[in-house]
Design a protein around this ligand. Structure first.
Ligand SMILES: [Zn+2]
Length: 287
């Protein structure tokens, strides 16, 4: 799929009409632009597309607060924008607003802070990777399952400075959902036709083994050691770094960064400490 720049009047009129119909209100959107560091590298045109995508996500998905969480319109819009960042170059609202890459979930459940699911870890029968992906800590940051909702906590989903260790729980859980689109949670999402399946597998496997070796021998892993849990978590954690701290991911695992840039069809590193101006640093087309 190719993202067409808003080059024609017809396209621009279409998008403007859609934006008027069910858009994130301007004061909320401007506040998101100001607060979320991940938007810093999106230019004007890219932000228009992001706002449309985020508005569609708000329109089509349900955001449900639990355990006393106060879910304001501003928080919902912020969460929808984070999701839009991940699928920015996968979806094209000029052609379709069906949000096909988000087809396997409908709801985001938001806890105010880390939560305890009060249930035992599910054992996967026969090694079947299909099923719940739970963090093993008794207190969860987030969770998701093949057909279930995304469950996150606001404390770990709110905007954070890029210098902090990425705790980008929403990006993490969306990555799990993308991984599960082909029916299994194994760190190998459905790749684009132009991508090399074997190269993806070999690249991620080598990096995963390398990280595990470092964790087991007590050396500094460079990435959140939670990535060493299994291949699915490795993909989800690397996706967090790809969007929130791409320089670190590229420095440690450049080939993983490259594969993720092919999959997400974005080049977030190009706008961070690079020579390019922020405008247009995200790939507008890949194929
Ligand atoms: Zn996970």
């Amino acid at each position: 799929m190719t993202w067409l720049p808003l080059s024609t009047r017809a396209n621009r009129r279409l998008l403007t009409r859609r934006l008027r119909k069910r858009h994130i209100p301007a004061p909320i959107w401007f506040d998101i632009e100001k607060r979320d560091p991940l938007l810093a590298h999106f230019g004007h045109k890219e932000r228009l597309k992001l706002r449309i995508l985020a508005s569609e996500i708000l329109w089509r998905k349900t955001f449900s607060p639990v355990r006393g969480m106060v879910l304001t319109e501003a928080i919902k819009a912020y969460l929808a924008t984070r999701i839009a960042i991940v699928i920015y170059a996968l979806e094209n609202p000029e052609r379709s607003t069906a949000l096909d890459w988000l087809r396997n979930w409908r709801e985001v459940i938001v806890y105010p802070s880390a939560f305890s699911p009060h249930r035992r870890q599910i054992t996967r029968l026969g090694g079947n990777p299909l099923g719940l992906v739970l963090h093993t800590d008794p207190v969860e940051q987030g969770e998701t399952s093949y057909q279930g909702p995304l469950v996150i906590n606001w404390q770990d989903a709110r905007p954070q400075a890029l210098r902090q260790i990425p705790g980008q729980v929403l990006i993490h859980e969306i990555a799990h959902k993308l991984d599960m689109l082909d029916g299994s949670s194994n760190g190998h999402p459905p790749l684009h036709a132009s991508m090399d399946q074997q190269l993806w597998h070999d690249t991620f496997q080598a990096a995963y083994i390398h990280l595990n070796r470092r964790v087991k021998t007590g050396r500094k892993p460079g990435l959140n050691p939670y990535a060493a849990t299994n291949s699915a978590e490795f993909f989800a954690v690397c996706s967090e770094y790809f969007f929130a701290s791409p320089g670190r991911l590229h420095a440690i695992y450049p080939q993983v960064y490259k594969q993720l840039s092919l999959f997400y069809r974005q080049q977030p590193l190009a706008g961070i400490g690079g020579n390019k101006s922020p405008k247009g640093t995200y790939a507008e087309s890949c194929e």
